[in-house]
Write a protein that binds this ligand. Structure first.
Ligand SMILES: *[C@@H]1O[C@H](CO)[C@@H](O)[C@H](O)[C@H]1NC(C)=O
Length: 394
């Protein structure tokens, strides 16, 4: 093309107009032809979830229902500027010492929509991950458990999942986390909390709820983690125990709480050293922003420890959030593992001290006379019980 062709010349305007008109008419005819013909798209495209394209998405809510991205969002190189200066040696040490198997509750209709985005984000950081479904799927390497799907089969599925893990993977980890396909977990912080405990203690942790079970139970959505000993007791003693619900129905998390109590698995205290929560049944926004919810919201009646408002709600070493949309999994991954305020370098606080089982049970056992436990006031009221829940020196 000669340079002179680029400039506007007399006569070229009408030619451009005719070309444009011709193109428009041709395009319109082609579009009419396409839409009037039944076009069989390849299987892959027909299976696709229609992406939620909001014409002008301003708030996070607009995209809350959006299907996660088809393509992975990619990775930053480990040697580029910011990441080259990271020191993950402590996290790597804990990865070896506090081995976690994560199993994710999912179902065939969520494999691609939700579970895939769990796999691409936080689940990678577990020592081992299993997607528990009722269908095998190479996308996730999912396990096909012999259960029917649906909310009313979740309890059956949880029992089958732990039986499967007990039979095939018990030696591959020390701790066993159950999460949903809309739970987001900061695995390093889970290891940090668990470091104080031996996996030979019968204990489990999560977002602790008060009703239905004497020692409380852990909310299903925020995820809960069982020690190896707790898994053994659950599969060997609880599942066959008539005190434990034998059919597959019921609220999965409540039934789990009852069964574990029946085989003397302790409901642990997952709050941090200053009493802030670490497992959350909602997205961060929900816990962080005060007056977001009604005073008679069920969560406030259910929660075992009275939650503090505002920034006091949540530990800097929080472990899990629930109802995280597929897109938000990637957002949290970015905020937690990438975005850094330049010039502020965090050094990890020292590892917590290992607790003996006695130290954990100590404050929980309200039958111990007060004189044997010097720091305990008269046990009895729920409030004093709650205060004493915290193991000493943590
Ligand atoms: C990384 O941190 C560990 C302690 O967490 C320290 O011992 C080590 O020297 C650090 N490495 C570098 C390269 O700074």
């Amino acid at each position: 093309m000669k340079l002179t062709d680029l400039g506007p010349r007399n006569g070229s305007h009408s030619r451009t107009f005719i070309t444009l008109l011709f193109g428009t008419v041709l395009g319109f005819m082609f579009a009419t032809f396409i839409s009037s013909t039944t076009v069989r798209l390849p299987e892959y495209y027909r299976q696709r979830e229609p992406p939620t394209v909001v014409s002008d998405p301003h708030t996070g809510n607009d995209l809350r229902e959006a299907a996660g991205p088809e393509q992975d969002v990619g990775q930053h190189g480990a040697h580029e500027e910011a990441h080259a200066h990271e020191n993950a040696s402590l996290a790597q040490q804990l990865q070896r010492e506090v081995r976690i198997l994560c199993w994710v509750m999912t179902n065939p209709s969520n494999h691609k929509k939700k579970a895939l985005h769990v796999k691409r984000t936080w689940a990678n950081r577990c020592n081992k991950v299993l997607f528990m479904s009722s269908k095998e799927d190479p996308l996730l390497d999912s396990v096909a458990l012999p259960v029917r799907e649906g909310r009313n089969n979740l309890w059956a599925k949880t029992k089958e999942a732990f039986k499967y893990i007990y039979q095939h993977h018990l030696d591959e980890a020390d701790w066993f986390l159950k999460a949903d396909d809309d739970t987001y977990v900061i695995v390093e912080n889970l290891r940090y909390m668990l470091y104080s405990y031996s996996a030979s203690y019968p204990i489990y942790f999560g977002c602790r709820f008060k009703p239905h079970v004497k020692q409380g139970y852990m909310s299903g959505g925020a995820g809960y983690v069982l020690s190896k000993e707790a898994v053994k007791r659950f599969v060997e003693n609880a599942i066959p125990n008539p005190q434990c619900r034998q059919d597959g129905a019921g609220a999965e998390d409540v039934e789990m709480g009852k069964c574990l109590e029946a085989v003397k698995v302790l409901a642990g205290d997952s709050r941090d050293s200053v009493g802030r929560g670490r497992f959350f049944p909602f997205i961060p926004e929900h816990h962080l922003v005060p007056e977001n919810v009604d005073k008679d919201f069920w969560y406030l009646q259910y929660t075992y420890y009275t939650p503090d408002e505002g920034l006091e709600c949540c530990s800097d070493n929080a472990i899990s959030f629930h109802y995280v949309s597929p897109n938000q999994m990637y957002v949290l991954d970015y905020l937690i593992y990438h975005l850094r305020p330049y010039g502020i370098v965090a050094h990890s606080q020292p590892l917590p001290k290992k607790l003996s089982f006695g130290e954990i049970v100590w404050a929980k056992d309200a039958t111990i006379p007060p004189k044997e436990c010097p720091q305990q006031q008269q046990a009895g009221t729920l409030e004093s019980l709650e205060k004493s829940e915290k193991p000493p020196n943590t």
